[in-house]
Design a protein around this ligand. Structure first.
Ligand code: DAK
Length: 259
């Protein structure tokens, strides 16, 4: 599928989606968001694809936020009537397969929010994260105040949202926003390697692991543990569970059926 503002390609069982407006630091406009929704829907529907990586083109940015030039002349009624950026949550709400954000530079505002929608973030040492919306007289609109607070705690989330300052990759990793930092020139190799490793797991198990970790945000500990136990019990009925355990005992690679 040909897109205007992103690219999407498959490498084995991994889909690589690249935001492709480097001249605007990959700022997210309505076209980008619509195309991202399409690319994610295609990834989700393709049974040969088991993990995705999202990154930004160019050397400077993952995404420097929503496109301010697209928003500057809009009135409040336009945002409401157009339902501007509606569907931004599709990447989390409608995607059951795992995906990784490979953050290669600025991830600001909507860019930071997009990265936080991913199941985890691999950051280059050049990555910079922030929610600078306050400097524009607004506030986060795609989950920044909520996901950042859950990821890094109230104090740091308040600091970032209220001052609009950026944090570097090391601070982001210390705070728990980022799962790993890698040298800038190795970012895509490392992110793709992680994605290939995930894509090599039993597909239903990968989807269920994602669902269980996500459930930790929505449930009490007791409910979450009960859900986890039930899901474990149900997964034991899959062909892949039998294959995975048999392969271990027989000291061979598992041959997943995806069933
Ligand atoms: N939008 C549009 N263009 C941008 C941009 C952005 N967010 N960020 C950078 N660019 C453009 C610049 O305008 C410039 O293009 P030209 O003007 O040269 O044509 C080009 O990218 C290079 O940028 P700079 O020249 O500024 O590069 P520097 O290295 O000097 O600075 C920077 C990099 C990242 C520090 C700076 O560009 C910057 O501060 N950018 C803006 C960051 C920002 O404020 N981001 C938050 C945007 S607000 C909603 C949900 C969510 C949102 C809105 C609504 N709804 C559900 C309704 C989200 C809002 C946001 O994300």
């Amino acid at each position: 599928m040909a897109y205007e503002t992103i690219t999407s390609e498959t490498q084995g069982a991994v889909t690589l989606i690249t935001l492709n407006r480097p001249e605007a630091l990959n700022a997210l406009n309505s076209t980008v968001l619509g195309e991202l929704q399409q690319a994610f829907a295609a990834f989700e529907a393709d049974n040969s694809q088991h993990c995705a990586v999202v990154t930004g083109s160019g050397d400077k940015a993952f995404a420097a936020g929503a496109d301010i030039k697209e928003m500057v002349d809009k009135q409040a009624a336009d945002f409401f009537l157009e339902d501007f950026f509606a569907g931004w949550n599709d990447m989390t709400a409608k995607t059951r397969k795992p995906w990784i954000a490979a953050v290669n530079g600025f991830a600001l505002g909507g860019g930071c929010e997009l990265a936080m929608m991913a199941d985890f973030i691999v950051a280059s040492e050049n990555a910079r994260f922030g929610q600078p919306e306050i400097k524009l007289g607004v506030a986060p609109g795609m989950g920044g105040s909520q996901r950042l607070t859950r990821a890094v705690g109230k104090s740091k989330a308040m600091d970032l949202c209220l001052t609009g300052r950026m944090m570097d990759a090391e601070e982001a990793e210390r705070a728990g926003l980022v799962s790993r930092i890698v040298p800038h020139d190795q970012l895509m190799d490392e992110a793709m390697k992680a994605a290939q490793a995930i894509a090599g797991m039993a597909p239903m198990a990968a989807m269920v692991n994602k669902e269980l970790v996500d459930a930790a945000y929505e449930t009490t500990l007791q409910q979450g543990m009960l859900h986890e136990r039930r899901v474990f019990q149900i997964l034991t009925a899959t062909e892949d569970r039998k294959e995975g355990m048999a392969a271990f005992v027989e000291k061979r690679e598992a041959n997943w059926k995806g069933r």
